[in-house]
Design a protein around this ligand. Structure first.
Ligand code: SF4
Ligand code: SF4
Length: 388
């Protein structure tokens, strides 16, 4: 990580979204010196939202389109092209995730190019980096697209069942190919997040706390309705400010504790509001058996991918059985076969109304069907904080 983006004087802009998310995004960018100071003549800005899964921004799981729209407008105003680059979680299908979120249509309307890189890496679209000082993740691949571009990181302010919180530093994982992400989980996610940030730095971070998620995030926690955005050049400074807003000690978040040890405490200058706690977040319950089973999927994925077709991973296969992960189940005694769930589901053939079964090979666990069912005939099974 560039020392100028960690230690020392770091401006951080905290703005409320009460009057609108787009307007707040423009204010947050102005607060840290304007988009021109970020772009510095570059012709491409890579936008990295958090589209980890097909859970819409209203749930607090993914980045709001309003933030992306305002950022894209600012990039266009600098005479540059915004390019969206994001690899959803390995257990989810990228195209289905984009369909659930409506990414294609949104990007077309706002002239944002979508970079669909090979998720497995190893092609000419990727180049290897060897970050100096890395302890565990000593090399990994990054998109070549970043070589001449500025990177604008747009994470969500939310809790995470594995890392405690997911903010700016962790969000960059979605720019790495799946094998590198697997290595991060296998080698120890917390140190690897610090190592990744030694080789990859955003030019601007805007954390979307317009909703945010508390409890069992990052997908099925409780909507936090924080109505805030936090922007800055230093991902560590921004993440520390986010922790203050939700009354979480950064030392309770292992990767932030390691980052503070490595980079030192930045001197944060708040350009708008001071970080008064808006809420006290409850960090996810740490179930050791769940963590062990979750971790085991990664080392076991190495032999699995040697035998499987390129692009197939153990977690995807396990998810497609319906035995693993959060998933909807139709309770036939309560179901009236009204069809509301099928109409709510943006994916074809995910629900069979004849058999009242969910096809877990297609289903991407967005839970729109669960929310749409007027009879509460769909229950959510698996490790989840989803509430009825
Ligand atoms: S919406 Fe509920 S009641 Fe209607 S068909 Fe689907 S599961 Fe059955
Ligand atoms: S079946 Fe339900 S959870 Fe699965 S993709 Fe369709 S709406 Fe989402």
């Amino acid at each position: 990580m560039d020392a100028s983006k960690t230690a020392g004087y770091q401006p951080v802009s905290i703005v409320r979204t009460v009057e609108g998310i787009e307007e707040a995004t423009h204010r947050a960018i102005a607060g840290i010196g304007g988009m021109e100071t970020v772009m510095r003549g570059a012709k491409v800005a890579v936008l990295k939202p958090n589209f980890v899964a097909g859970r819409r921004a209203e749930t607090g799981a993914t980045t709001s389109f309003a933030v992306l729209k305002a950022v894209a407008e600012e990039v266009h105003a600098c005479g540059a092209e915004p390019v969206l680059c994001e690899m959803p979680g390995t257990e989810f299908d990228r195209e289905a995730t984009y369909t659930l979120l409506g990414v294609e249509g949104f990007c077309a309307r706002h002239k944002i190019r979508i970079a669909r890189l090979d998720l497995e890496g190893g092609t000419s679209e990727w180049r290897e980096v060897h970050p100096t000082g890395a302890k565990r993740l000593r090399s990994f691949e990054l998109p070549r697209l970043l070589d001449d571009a500025r990177l604008i990181n747009l994470p969500v302010l939310k809790t995470h069942v594995v890392s405690g919180m997911t903010l700016s530093m962790k969000n960059l994982m979605g720019l790495l190919p799946r094998p590198a992400r697997r290595a991060m989980h296998t080698l120890g996610i917390d140190q690897c997040i610090v190592d990744m940030n030694l080789g990859l730095q955003a030019d601007l971070n805007i954390v979307d706390g317009s909703v945010g998620q508390d409890g069992e995030g990052p997908l099925y926690g409780e909507k936090a309705n924080l109505q805030v955005l936090v922007a800055g050049r230093s991902s560590l400074a921004v993440d520390l400010a986010c922790c203050s807003l939700v009354n979480v000690s950064p030392r309770a978040i292992p990767h932030l504790r390691l980052a503070l040890k490595h980079f030192g405490q930045p001197e944060i200058h708040f350009t708008h509001e001071l970080p008064q706690p808006l809420k006290t977040f409850r960090l996810p319950r740490q179930n050791s058996l769940y963590r062990l089973l979750f971790w085991l999927m990664y080392p076991l994925d190495y032999p699995y991918t040697w035998l499987a077709q390129r692009g197939k991973h153990l977690c995807t296969t396990l998810y497609s059985t319906g035995l693993v992960g959060t998933h909807p189940v139709i309770e036939r005694e309560r179901c009236t076969r009204c069809g509301e769930c099928v109409r709510a589901c943006p994916l074809p053939e995910a629900i069979n109304l004849q058999t009242l079964k969910v096809n877990y090979t297609t289903c991407q666990r967005c839970l729109l069907c669960y929310e749409a069912c007027p009879e509460q005939a769909i229950s959510v099974k698996g490790y989840s904080g989803a509430r009825s």
